[in-house]
Design a binder for this molecule. Structure first.
Ligand code: V47
Length: 381
């Protein structure tokens, strides 16, 4: 089992790394400033940074590490946003373009009925010819096949499009989506809030201010959501700190974010294939800085599909307390060159978490405990 450092040894380590003032704030549960955030991005002392983030992780969650049994359905890859980082998008008529009918979406759910899936994560491209009724129909189709399933669907970018095509304000659309089965909202589409980066790489997508305004409406409608940051492309450390600060400020206001997920840029097959993407050490740093800066978001996810599994396991000592789930048929990152499997069995996830010295906890989407490895851990140590 991982042995937590005493506060004295943590302070000594942080002082040696010239992070003493930040460590004092962390131990006193004080909020870190933007300058502190920048310092965390710049420090060469990755292990001291990780130890501080782990301290916060263990203060929130002990050794518990959450996962769920979920499946992904990417209902279309048709998209008019033309983001340069994306290898998933297609235009109509392009090789590989697809758009699933509600029956096809239902068939994906039906195909997993033998598995104890509790969540479907349903996100896709943005295509203006998709009618409003389609979004309601796919929610209802999923629920008709598996009524108990939690539907986490539609990023803020898709919600913006859905309200447009519905021809009414999002405030009126959200209750209708919820009535049809929407249970919560995933964290994608935020990319990096910097307008400079948006202009250079995804200028057709909603702005950071719009993403945050939609998230605010989602939370006010009573839905929880996640939040993300796409890192490891052309963004600067200052822009990352600003992004985290904007998430933190909205969270102060609404409390609606459950989990923050740093998304590591995968360059293959995208228009930005010349950008190397983040290293494993960059990924660990991103997890740690997220844990330390986002003092009001309960969970930090090391999304195993994006990171190699050993990096996701290591991230559990750098501030992460969640690894996502079994996934089933991931397309967005596999189109962009991810070499992780597209699916993992529940028992395998449990083994990965235990092998990292942590206690696996199966959760539902809203972090209610479904199964706990805690009792087993107590008897086996
Ligand atoms: O918004 C697209 C990103 C996001 C690439 O909420 C890429 O639990 C890296 O949001 N390299 C969609 N990233 C996925 C997403 C998500 C994933 C897992 C869990 C949750 C959750 C949310 O994927 C997009 C974009 O930021 N993305 N292409 C790429 N080449």
């Amino acid at each position: 089992m991982y042995a937590a450092r005493s506060e004295a040894s943590l302070m000594a380590m942080a002082r040696r790394a010239d992070l003493g003032t930040i460590a004092e704030k962390v131990l006193a549960k004080q909020r870190l400033s933007l300058e502190d955030g920048l310092r965390l991005y710049q420090t060469p002392a990755l292990h001291a940074l990780g130890a501080l983030a782990n301290h916060v992780r263990e203060r929130w969650h002990g050794w518990r590490t959450y996962f769920n049994v979920n499946q992904h359905v990417n209902y279309t890859n048709l998209c008019n946003k033309l983001c340069r980082f994306c290898a998933f998008q297609r235009l109509p008529g392009q090789a590989g373009a697809y758009w699933m009918s509600p029956e096809e979406v239902a068939a994906k759910i039906r195909a997993q009925l033998h598995n104890p899936v509790t969540e479907v994560h349903m996100v896709a491209g943005v295509w203006p010819k998709i009618p409003y009724a389609y979004y309601l129909d796919i929610l209802r189709a999923v629920k008709a096949v598996r009524p108990s399933i939690h539907i986490k669907a539609f990023t803020m970018v898709e919600l913006d499009q859905i309200a447009k095509v519905a021809g009414k304000p999002l405030e009126d659309v959200l209750p209708e989506l919820m009535q049809a089965g929407l249970g919560s909202v995933p964290g994608g589409g935020a990319e990096v809030f910097s307008e400079r980066v948006r202009q250079a790489t995804y200028h057709l997508k909603i702005s950071g201010a719009q993403w945050l305004a939609i998230a605010r409406k989602v939370h006010r409608a009573g839905l929880k959501s996640n939040c993300t940051m796409l890192h490891g492309h052309i963004e600067t450390a200052e822009e990352r700190v600003d992004h985290l600060d904007q998430l933190r400020r909205l969270q102060d206001e609404t409390g609606g974010f459950q989990t923050y997920i740093p998304l590591s840029f995968h360059p293959e097959n995208s228009e930005m294939s010349d950008v190397p993407g983040p290293t494993a050490l960059d990924e660990l740093r991103e997890i740690a800085v997220g844990r330390l800066m986002l003092d009001n978001i309960p969970h930090i996810k090391a999304y195993w599909i994006l990171m190699d599994v050993p990096v996701a396991q290591t991230a559990l000592d750098f501030g992460a307390d969640d690894v996502d789930g079994t996934v089933v048929e991931e397309k967005i990152y596999h189109d962009a060159g991810a070499t992780t499997p597209q699916h993992v069995e529940r028992e395998e996830l449990v083994r990965w978490i235990r092998a990292a010295g942590r206690i696996p906890i199966e959760r539902d989407t809203l972090y209610r405990v479904i199964w706990s490895g805690e009792a087993l851990a107590a008897t086996s140590t």
